[in-house]
Design a protein around this ligand. Sequence first.
Ligand code: NAD
Length: 706
Amino acid sequence: METKRISLELKEDVAYVGFGYNCDKSMTTLDEETITELGNILDELHKNKSLKGVVFWSHKDRCFLAGADINLIASMKTESDGAYGAEAGQTLFNKIEDLKCPTVAAVHGVCLGGGLELSLACTNIIASDDKGTMMGLPEVKLGLIPGFGGTYRLPRKVGLPKSLDLILTGKMLKAKKAKRLGLVAGVYPKERLKRMALFHFKVDEKKGGLKESLEHMASDNFFAKKIIFQKARESVLKKTKGFYQAPLKILDVMEAGIMKGRSGYLSSESQAFGELCVSEQSKNLQHIFFMTEKAKKYSGVTGSNDLPKFKKGAALGAGTMGGGIAWLMASNGMAPIMKDLTTEALELGFKQSSSNFMGQVKRKKMTYDAFERQQRSIQGQLGFEGFQRVDLVIEAIVENMNIKKSVFSELEEHVRDDAVITSNTSSLSVQEMSTALSKPERFAGLHFFNPVHMMPLVEIITHDKVAPETVEALYNWCIKAKKTPVVVKDGPGFLVNRILMPFMNEAGFLLEEGVPMKDIEDACLNFGMPMGPCRLLDEVGIDVGEKVAKIIHDGLGDRVKSSPFSSKLVEKNFFGKKNGKGFYIYDKRGKVEGPNEEVMAMLPKTKKKMDETEIQLRIFLPMINEAATVLADGIVNSAADIDLGLIFGIGFPPFRGGLLKYADSEGLDRLIGAMEERAKSVDESRYTPCEYLLKLAADKKKFYDI
Ligand SMILES: NC(=O)c1ccc[n+]([C@@H]2O[C@H](COP(=O)([O-])OP(=O)(O)OC[C@H]3O[C@@H](n4cnc5c(N)ncnc54)[C@H](O)[C@@H]3O)[C@@H](O)[C@H]2O)c1
C-alpha cells in the first residue's frame, strides 16, 4: 500500500511501521494526515493473518513521536469537537492493542503525549539509551488530560502511584529511569533498537522486585486506592493552590474509572479531554506554549549573515549577578573569565557558581566530575589578561553610570574589535551607556534576573546605534543557554521592572491607607501571583527597589510615583531579606519568621477593611495601564512580548495567559471604566487610562488584535 507520512515494511512476517517518513520537520506529530494514514496501515495489518509481530519505530534522529499536533488541539471550538478528536486517537490505539500479534514500540528520541500513549498500547516498549530519548505525558501542562488512553493504560503498566506522579506533573523520563519504573522493558544503543524489538514480542513475565509487587498489591486494594487518590488530591491542591483545573479533573476521571472496562473508561477520558481543551485555562496555557515556541526563533531585524560567535566569555564583577553569569557561561562551555577588584569578591563569585553547580549535582543533573571540570573552567582574575580571546563580555558591576562608563572605555582597549560587550544594568540608560564606547554598535543591555540560574527571562536592551547582528547573536546565544529572551527598547525600567513598579507602589499606598499587609499579600496570592508585593520587595531589597522606583518616576512622571513608605523603611535600615529585616523578619537561612512588628507599628492604627477584588483592581489596573504605555512607547512590539516577559520574569500566573491576555478577557471597556472611577476616587495621575488604551477600546480592538 502507498504511504506518505509513515513507512511500512514487511520482513519475515514482521511489520515495521516507521514514523517521520518523508517529513522535513524535525519533530513528528500526530497530525490529521498521520492519524488517517496510521488507521489505514493498522486496518491492513489486522487483515494479515500471518503476522508474527509489529515494530513501531521512527526515521527521525531526535523524535519518535512528539504527541498530538497542538495546532489541531487549539483549533477545537466545542467540547464535542475535543471529545470526538480524542475518541479518534483512542480508536486508533485500540486497534494497536487489539492486534492478534505482539507489538513493540522501539523508542528513540522524544516520545511525548500521544507518542507515549501509542507506545502504551503496544505489548512492550523498548528505548534507546540516547540522552535525547525522553518519555512523558505533558498534557497537564497545557491544562489537558491525556486523551488517547494514556490515563487508562499507564496505571496498568506501572501501577497507580507512579502513573499519578507522571500524569499529574507532566514530567519527562529518560530511558533508564523509565526502565526502573517498569514503563520500558529494555534499553539498548539506538543502532540495535529495531533488532532488539524482536526479542520483546512476548509479555515480560519477570515481575519487579518485592517493593514493586507490594506496591501493586497495595494499589489493587480498594481502601489503598482511596488513600492514594486522597493524598494525590491534597498534594495537587498544595502545589497548585487550586488554581489549575486539569490535575483535579484527571484525578476525578482516574478514580471514577477504576472499576470500568476499556470502553467505559475511555469514553469518560475523551469527555474530560473535550471539556478541558476548550476551557479558558487550557486556551491560555496553549497560548503560552505557542508564544514560547515562537520566541525560540529570532524574528527581529536581521543584518549580515556573518553573526558574531560566542565561544569564550567574560563576566565583569563577581557579585550576586556576576557569579551567576559566570556559572551560565561555564555551563555553556565558554570557559569564562570572571574579573573583580579584590580576591575576596572573586571568592564570593566562585561560591555562587559552585553552589549553582552543586544544586545540579544534588538533583543528579550533573556528575561530580563534570562539576569539577566546569567550575574549574572559570578563570578568576583582577586584571584584563586574556581578554583578547573573549567574544562576549557581560558587565555586572555596581549600578553606577559613571563607573560603568569608565569601565567600558577601559575594557575596549583590552578586547578585540569584534567582541560583543553587554551590561546587566537593571535600571540605567543603555542609550547613555553606549556613548562611552568607541564602537557602540557591538554593545547592548543584557538584563538577567536574580537568581540567574533560576530565572528564565533575559531582556536584550537596544539603543540607537546597536547593530542588528549584535542583537541577533545575543538572542541566539540566550536561546542556546536555555533562556527566554525578549528584545526591548531602552527606557526607564525597560519592560518588566516598569510594569512591576505599580505592583509594589500600590501596595505601599494601600498600606498607608490602613489596609492590613496580610490582606494585600493574600489578594495577590489569590490572584495567582507567586508572592505578594511586600514579600517581593523584601526579596529585591527595599533599598534597591527605592532606587529603581526613583529612576522610573524621574523618567515617566507621576503616573508611576511611589508611596513614601519604603523610604521610611530604608531610613531605618530595613532592607529586606538581605539583612534579615524588611516587611518580614528572616532567619539565618532566609526563611520568613513572621511580619516585622516594628514595620507594622509604623502603619496606621485604624485598619481599613477592603474587599479582595478591590485590592486586586487597585494593584492590577495600573499595571495594565503601564503595559499599554509600554506598547505606545514602542518598548516592545507586541502584547505577547509583554506577557512572555511578565510570566518568565516575575511569575505572572500562567493560567491567566499573561497580563494583557487577562485584560483582553476582562474587556477593555470595563477596565477603562474601573480605572476612571479610581482616577476620581483614589488618584488621578495613577489611574487615568492612557491614550493608547482609550484608542484601542474606541477602535473596538483588544491588545492581541494588534
Ligand atoms: N542583584 C540583583 O537582583 C540584580 C538583578 C538584575 C540586574 N542587576 C544588576 O547587575 C549589576 C550587579 O549587581 P549585583 O547585585 O551583582 O551587585 P554586587 O554588589 O553583588 O556585585 C558587584 C560586584 O562588582 C564588583 N566591581 C565593582 N566595580 C568593579 C570594576 N570596576 N571591575 C570589576 N568589578 C567591579 C564589586 O567588587 C562587586 O563584587 C548591577 O548593574 C545591577 O543593577 C542586579
